[in-house]
Design a protein around this ligand. Structure first.
Ligand code: 5GP
Length: 288
């Protein structure tokens, strides 16, 4: 049977849709190539134009892959080169992840940087300045604490229930996790591995116990401690921040003393007099 004939209007509309889809795909490839988008994130993208994109096109856009390595990956994983993004199954995705890890090991991968220091010292202000710098990737932690009014889920944290957090511990999804001032905080491991494999310098902004776990498990990690100019300044910043209850502020101040006394366990200490200077120091330590 012949396909139904389209009216001129329908043909024009279909043509416009195809152009828009092509443009979307081209943009995505460009973003993957310059490091603004992660290869693996696109498998969660629900846009039709992306799920219909050829895996081989996307793979070749990844920095350090190219046609030859893409052919090797298809050969080793047994995935068909004509496979579309939307047709890649869970197992095939896992095989791709393993191949990416091998690529990571064969070329210079990013560094793992831990930025720690007492609550209120300005760690997130410093690390947030590096969000737009595509040499860096800032890990998004999971936490059981209440979301603050100025925060966005999935950007500042993945806000999860106690139950979900415990499931993540059980299924070993964390690189590290710790209790802090009445809530749990943890670094999801998989995105960190992927970012490192992608050559990014990964920043974990975490408290002391988490930093200790990273030190134990990742010998190459660089641990940076952010110190306040003085105790008084830290106290003022924490109290004036106004984001916490009295009880939580007190818990944070108590913990701050313990954290400050552990500064010597870190590879570098940055005193946060001025945010711009601290950011510059962090960048030079990371790229040294
Ligand atoms: P806040 O509640 O102020 O956002 O964070 C409280 C403390 O938890 C901060 O010192 C912050 O650096 C730390 N933190 C945030 N995410 C993580 C994480 O994934 N793991 C650990 N161990 N600490 C974290």
């Amino acid at each position: 049977m012949l396909p139904p004939r389209l009216s001129r209007r329908d043909r024009r509309k279909a043509g416009e849709k195809a152009v828009a889809a092509r443009q979307e795909r081209a943009k995505v490839k460009e973003q993957v190539a310059n490091g603004q988008l992660f290869f693996f994130d696109l498998f969660k993208d629900e846009r039709k134009s992306i799920s219909r994109m050829k895996l081989s096109d996307l793979l070749q856009a990844v920095p350090g892959v190219g046609q030859i390595r893409a052919d090797i990956i298809f050969d080793k994983t047994g995935i068909s080169p004509s496979r579309r993004i939307g047709g890649v199954g869970k197992r095939q995705l896992e095989l791709l992840r393993q191949e990416f890890l091998l690529i990571k090991n064969s070329r210079r991968s990013g560094k793992l940087l831990v930025v720690s220091g007492p609550s209120g010292v300005g760690k997130s202000t410093i690390t947030n300045r590096l969000r737009a710098d595509n040499r860096f990737w800032i890990s998004v932690s999971a936490t059981t604490r209440q979301i603050r009014t100025n925060e966005v889920g999935g950007v500042d944290y993945h806000f999860v229930s106690d139950e979900r957090f415990n499931e993540m511990i059980e299924s070993k999804e964390f690189l590290e996790w710790a209790d802090f001032a009445g809530a749990k905080y943890g670094t999801p491991k998989q995105p960190v591995d992927e970012a490192l494999a992608d050559g990014k310098n990964v920043i974990l902004e975490i408290e002391l116990n988490g930093a200790r776990q990273v030190r134990k498990n990742s010998k190459d990690a660089i641990l940076i401690f952010i110190e306040p100019p003085s105790w008084q300044e830290l106290e003022t910043r924490l109290i004036n921040r106004g984001t916490e209850s009295k009880q939580s502020t007190q818990a944070r101040l108590d913990r701050a003393k313990e954290e400050l006394s552990a500064a010597s366990e870190f590879d570098h200490i940055v005193i946060n007099h001025q945010v711009e200077e601290s950011v510059a120091e962090l960048v030079s330590l990371a790229l040294a």
